[in-house]
Design a protein around this ligand. Structure first.
Ligand code: FNR
Length: 368
């Protein structure tokens, strides 16, 4: 799909931006207001230097790139797909292509409730694609002697004020095979995105609005009412997506949540909120390893995954990096984006002198 082979997410982004129509480009790329938070997600990550250690045995059979155990299971890589809306705007088969590329690699996927494909179809496309993979699963897992684990499927949603709609959607997701809910909490109102205000973004008529798309976050929901209600209707793991304040992390522990996603919605909500990498250490200090911490915002390279793990994340989610792959080349483009980040991450580990993710610590980093 490209004349010159893309070797970085930046290359895929360039191809994607050239191909996308102007309004879709603005929708994918943009953030709230002056886009300070959007830009800082990236620039704050880049401030951290990885201080390497040498004369450690980093032979190929020694490197284990799997994640820390999350609810008892190690993921093949410590990153997954962030839920983002309307993948078919990028063309191709949208969410289905993302699911196929992820599943073939045993990478987990968060699906947005504002998807342009039905949630059941996303899981089946992924599972079918992974069943077609015939290469040796050990070899695929990077020769570290571990079998490749299957992808997990996580459903993102906004809890609507019409709770029965939300309940139906949760039951449907659970039945389809999703094992965790990412409850987005940072969108009680839509952020002021300047491109929207100038020209309201509308989904083109040929794209299907799935039922989840009609759910907007109920701005009145609150801790005491929300969590017990969710627990009463589902057995799925429940994570809150959009946590930035250490006191909210403490409340998440107090309310018995299964995890948090440190996120500022890719800079699309509160402009002036901290870069996620700057919020992460304070949250990790509160959580103290008791529940998994997912992290997203500005991750474009393997070294960014490493930086987030060093500051306390267990799992890193890729938002725009995946969208650029999808827009550049459908399933193949998403696969390339995932492979690039995986290869970069493995190399950073080797060059930094760490052989498994538990050795990636705050002391591995220097702030400049
Ligand atoms: C998002 N994000 C998002 N989050 C969510 O909870 N539900 C959603 O429907 C969407 N939709 C969405 C659309 C687009 C185009 C983008 C770019 C983002 C936020 C997403 O899950 C994630 O938090 C950010 O994308 C992470 O930042 P990066 O990786 O894009 O910098």
């Amino acid at each position: 799909f490209a004349q010159v082979k893309p070797v970085s997410i930046a290359d895929l982004e360039k191809i994607a931006l050239e191909k996308l129509p102007r309004n879709v480009r603005a929708y994918y790329e943009g953030g709230a207001e002056d886009e300070i938070t959007l830009k800082e997600n990236i620039s704050s990550l880049q401030r951290y230097r990885v201080v390497p250690r040498y004369l450690v045995d980093v032979g190929p059979d020694k490197l284990d790139v799997r994640s820390r155990a999350i609810w008892g299971k190690k993921q093949n890589v410590p990153f997954a797909i962030a839920p983002s809306a309307f993948h078919r705007l990028a063309g191709y088969d949208g969410e289905l292509d993302v699911a196929r590329a992820a599943a073939k690699r045993g990478i987990s996927m968060g699906l947005s409730s504002s998807a342009t494909s039905e949630l059941e179809d996303v899981i089946s496309a992924g599972r079918f694609a992974s069943s077609q993979v015939t290469t040796d699963r050990q070899q695929q897992a990077g020769g570290s002697g571990h079998d490749l684990a299957d992808s997990d499927w996580w459903q993102q949603l906004y809890v609507s004020n019409i709770r029965s709609d939300t309940e139906d959607f949760i039951h449907r997701s659970e039945k389809a095979g999703y094992t965790a809910l990412l409850i987005t909490v940072d969108r009680p109102y839509l952020g002021r995105r300047h491109s929207y205000l100038r020209e309201k973004f509308e989904l083109p008529p040929h794209l299907k609005r799935t039922s989840g798309t009609k759910m907007a976050q109920d701005p009145s929901m609150h801790w005491d009412e929300l969590i017990p209600w969710l627990r009463s209707i589902t057995e799925m793991k429940i994570l809150l997506k959009g946590i930035l304040h250490p006191e909210d992390a403490a409340l998440a522990i107090q309310h018995g949540l299964d995890g948090v996603v440190v996120s500022n919605h890719g800079g699309r909500q509160l402009d002036g909120a901290p870069a996620t990498i700057d919020a992460l250490p304070g949250i990790a200090d509160v959580i103290q390893g008791r529940i998994p911490i997912f992290f997203d915002g500005g991750v474009r390279k393997g070294i960014d995954v490493f930086r987030a793990l060093a500051l306390g994340a267990d799992m890193v989610l890729l938002g725009r990096a995946v969208l650029w792959g999808l827009a550049a080349g459908g399933e193949e483009g998403v696969g390339l984006a995932l492979d690039i980040i995986a290869e970069e991450f493995r190399l950073v580990m080797a060059l930094a002198g760490v052989t498994d993710v538990t050795q990636i610590r705050r002391s591995t980093l220097a702030l400049v």
